[in-house]
Every structure is written in C-alpha cells, then in structure tokens.
Design a protein around this ligand. Structure first.
Ligand code: ADP
Length: 453
C-alpha cells in the first residue's frame, strides 16, 4: 500500500474543504494547565518544612483527595517513586494557596474543550462555540486568535464573543502539573521513568458545572451549529453525576432534534457507575472517540472481561480484538461511528460507507504527527510538515491481520453491515509534545469527515 500517496491526497482534500463544515459547538471542560518542572532541592526543602515523617507516609499510599500540604507533597513523591502518573482533587484552600505561590514554569490551555477550540478555531479557522465554566483573565489569555466564541448574555439576548472580550473576572480553574524526568532524585528516591503528578484546584470542571448561558439558552446556541463535540464527563462520581447527566440528556435531545451530529470524546472514567451511565447515553451520539485503555474499560462494564484483557495484552494492540470490541459496542448502543486510536494505528467502525472515513483518519494522523513533531501547530499548513515522518512499520502486521480476517483492501473492509476503516499512523520518534494529542486526533477526524462529505 502506498500510504504516503493517500496521506497527501487526504490532506489536500480536507484542507480545501474544511471551511465548509460550519460551526462546531464544544462542551463542557476548559481549564488552565500550570506546568511546574520539579527541582529536587526545592522539593526536599518543602518536605522538610511540612514535616518529613508525615509526608513520607503519604508517599506509600495516595489519599483519595488532598486536604493538606503534607498530603500534596507525599502524593508528588508517590508519583516520583513509581514513575507513575496520578491525578487528585485539591480540596482545601491553604493547599491551593501553597501551590499558587510555588508557581509554575509554563501555562497551557487545558481541558478537551479548550484544546479543541484552539485547534479547530485557532489553527484550522473553523468557527467554534466553547463552553468555558469559568472565564478568568488567565484563562481568557490562553485562547488563540480566530473564530472562537463564548456566549454572553446581554440584555437577555445571547451574544457570541471571543473569550478575551468576555470581560469577566471569574475564577481560575488550575490543574497544577508537577513534572519530573526519568532519573529525577529526591531524598533516596529515583524516578524510574518520566511522568507527572496532577493536582486539580478546580471546583467547576471536576463536577461538570454548566453555565447559565448554556442551561437557559442551549437551543439558541446550538441552532447556529453544524456539529458538536462533548467531553469532560470523566471526573464525575456516583455521588454527583445525576444532575449534570440530566442536563446533558436535555442538550443531546435538543441537538438530535436539530439533526446536529454529536461526537463524544471519551476519557478514562474511573467511576464504574458513571462509565455505565455514559454507556447508556451513547446511543444519543453520532460518534465516539477512544483509546485502548478506554475501550477496555467499557468492555469491563459490559461484562466482557476476557476481551478487555486482550485489548491490553499486546503491543501493537491486537486489531481483531479491537474490531470485536467496537462491534459489540456498536451493536449494544447503536452509536453510528466509533473511532479507535492507539500508538501506531487508528480504526473507525461506521454504519455508513465511504473512503472519506479513512481519509479523515489520515488527516487526523498527520495533524497528530505535526503536533508531536512541532510542539505547537500554528496553521493548517503546518500539518503537512509531518509528511516526512515515516509511516509506522509495526502497523504492517496489523494491516496484514485485517486483510486476512476481513478481506480489507486499501484500508477498508465491510463486515455485517458496517464499514471498518484502518490507517497506519506516522510516529514521531522524539516528540516535542504529546499533551492533548488524543483530542487533536479525535476532533480532526470527526470534523475532517464532515468536511469531506
Ligand atoms: P492523551 O490523553 O495524552 O491525549 P491518548 O491516549 O488519548 O492520550 O492519545 C495518545 C495517542 O497519540 C496515541 O493513541 C497515539 O496514536 C498518538 N501518539 C502518541 N505518541 C505519538 C508520537 N510520538 N507520534 C505520533 N502519534 C503519537
């Protein structure tokens, strides 16, 4: 297969048509990511000052949420010792104040809505309406220029304005990201690999707070959109998910009545009750995007434990197991499109047919490679700079398995009334940045597909 030729023509096709998609509505999670590169000396001093014995206790076992500075420092040490990522909610104000004064080295747009708004609106030039739970000046400053809008109520009517012109002075929802490199040393610990600990000082995204503008005027806001992408359900718990789910149910009903296709960007959702509730809601979406860990977690709540294990057993991920899992999910929920991405390849199972599904995946893979290669993608023309990144060789065995099992040709197979589209991705050996790369992949493929229709 000459994948490079397909990559190149898919890029040209999406680029020339992307302005045709109309407005994209993005809800619900936007926050500020504050990145701090840890310094061993500084960390030791803070630990000593907070009480080393107490801090070390927390480095053995993570608390459920953080209620004190020793718990914060202990949790950071927990991550360093194991080289594992962890994310906890910061409950108390003095700890939040400690973090704020400790500071950051870099601020980045965070939350799937924020990241997608900057990509679709700021890079591709596709107009977007974003739900931003809290618009502080710090948050507003992270939005790129371009057709990015938030609704503002003025004299009872909804006006769409760029977030920087919102003029609000609301709270900052900050996710503090404490990063450490492999081999990072503090006391007698040494990090076995690079990773990060995240402390979320955020009362809004974590509980899926929905603004009045969206609660009271949703239909007005939605009416002017052609597509919608929903995300941010992942932090909910069995205690607090009911109210936001009711509102989301209403929003989905309105979007379906307006015949606006909606994509759900699934993210790992630790609470099983919430995961099951998402599964029950999936039939109201046109499309869903997920990776292997997320697909396995869904198989688990569907009672498919064996399949869930298979999805996590091999590298590259076994495409036959993925296809089986996607098929089960589609049959159960009737969601029309499932986009799976993993390191090395993507698959899309759709209840409709056409090469445009595959071509949109190619465009998304090029965008992801551009992001990994350049760190920041500034315009759609930057995307093509990833053409020289080689197509992943390991995907050859994946492609061969799909040809054998489903008679796939040119990345497309038909199975039981569905179409399966496959592409091998371009993998950047030394990526500059991979934060938010999953959001780049899913939104580029979804919007790209509608551009090509
Ligand atoms: P995140 O939540 O960090 O965005 P995801 O698992 O959703 O993580 O997305 C990661 C995806 O990014 C992988 O499935 C893979 O397809 C892609 N990816 C990761 N590293 C690279 C890389 N170096 N070059 C190209 N694509 C990459």
């Amino acid at each position: 297969m000459d994948w490079d030729a397909l990559y190149s023509s898919a890029f040209e096709a999406v680029k020339s048509r992307i302005m045709r998609v109309g407005r994209v509505l993005l809800a619900y999670n936007t926050n500020i990511d504050a990145i701090k590169y840890l310094d061993g000396r500084d960390l030791e001093e803070r630990v000593n000052k907070a009480g080393k014995d107490e801090v070390l206790r927390y480095s053995d076992e993570l608390p459920g949420r953080i209620e004190s500075v020793p718990q914060l420092l202990g949790s950071i040490l927990w991550s360093i010792k194991r080289g594992k990522a962890a994310e906890l909610f910061i409950e108390d104000c003095p700890t939040r104040f400690h973090m704020k004064r400790w500071g950051w080295d870099e601020l980045r747009m965070g939350g799937q809505v924020g990241i997608m708004a900057n990509l679709l609106g700021g890079v591709y030039g596709v107009p977007v309406i974003a739900h931003v739970p809290q618009l502080s000046r710090l948050q507003a400053g992270l939005f790129k220029d371009g057709p990015i809008y938030v609704p503002k109520l003025e004299d009872g009517t909804v006006k769409l304005i760029h977030p920087r012109n919102f003029g609000g002075d609301e709270e900052s929802c900050i996710h503090f990201i404490y990063e450490f490199p492999r081999g990072f040393r503090v006391f007698d610990f040494e990090a076995p690999r690079e990773n990060r600990f995240i402390g979320a000082a955020d009362d809004y995204n974590t509980t899926l707070f929905i603004r009045d503008e969206f609660r009271e005027n949703f239909e007005k806001i939605a009416e002017s959109s052609s597509l919608a992408i929903i995300s941010g359900l992942q932090a909910l718990t069995k205690e607090n998910y009911r109210e936001p789910f009711e509102i989301i149910g209403g929003h989905l009903k309105a979007l379906n009545e307006l015949e606006i296709p909606v994509h759900l960007e699934f993210a790992f959702t630790p609470d099983e009750t919430v995961r099951k509730a998402i599964l029950d809601l999936l039939g109201k979406f046109w499309s869903v995007g997920l990776n292997e860990v997320e697909l396995a977690s869904i198989m688990e709540v569907m009672g498919e434990k064996g399949l869930a294990e298979k999805l996590l057993a091999n590298d590259p991920v076994d495409p036959i197991a993925v296809t089986e899992a996607m098929f089960k999910l589609a049959e159960k929920t009737r969601v029309r499109r499932i986009h799976f991405h993993t390191y090395g390849y993507y698959l899309a199972l759709t209840d409709y047919k056409g090469e445009f599904v595959r071509d949109a995946l190619l465009f998304a893979a090029l965008a992801a490679a551009a992001k990994a290669k350049l760190g920041d993608v500034r315009s759609i023309d930057d995307v093509v700079k990833a053409m020289d990144v080689p197509v992943n060789e390991k995907a050859e065995s994946v492609e061969a398995a799909l040809v054998r099992e489903y008679g796939m040709r040119n990345g497309i197979a038909e199975l039981d009334g569905y179409q399966l589209a496959f592409i091998p991705t371009k993998i950047v050996a030394k990526p500059k940045s991979t934060v938010g790369i999953g959001d780049t992949i899913s939104s580029s493929a979804f919007v790209g597909e509608f551009a090509l229709r």
